[in-house]
Design a protein around this ligand. Structure first.
Ligand code: ZN
Length: 113
């Protein structure tokens, strides 16, 4: 179960941040999930709510933002949103593109008390 290990490391990250900031609890966790990450937002919510108990995130609300896939063309430098899952530059038509965003989950913001 992919989401379980994701939630585990997310809660771990929250604990580290809270400790570093002398916070007693986390009240809000904001993440962005890349469309290519393979993480299902609804399932992530459920898993988070299940496993946050007895952790520093016990009363935390998880806010999930979806990150579109951004590709960069290595030939002409164009950057844009991936459309129709086609890894082709829409400017020059080249296929020498790389993904610059939307591949993984990133912790955006933490609210602590
Ligand atoms: Zn291009």
């Amino acid at each position: 179960m992919h989401e379980l290990s994701v939630v585990n490391s997310l809660i771990e990250l929250c604990e580290q941040n809270a400790k570093a900031n002398d916070a007693q609890k986390v009240i809000k966790v904001e993440v962005k999930i890349g469309k290519l990450s393979g993480i299902e937002p609804h399932f992530l919510q459920l898993t988070f709510d299940t496993f946050k108990e007895k952790t520093i995130c016990e009363n935390a609300k998880l806010l999930v933002n979806i990150q579109e896939v951004i590709i960069e063309c290595l030939s002409c430098g164009f950057q844009g949103t991936l459309k129709n899952n086609e890894f082709i530059c829409e400017k020059c038509g080249g296929n020498d593109v790389r993904v610059v965003d939307g591949e993984d989950m990133v912790l955006m913001r933490l609210e602590m008390e």
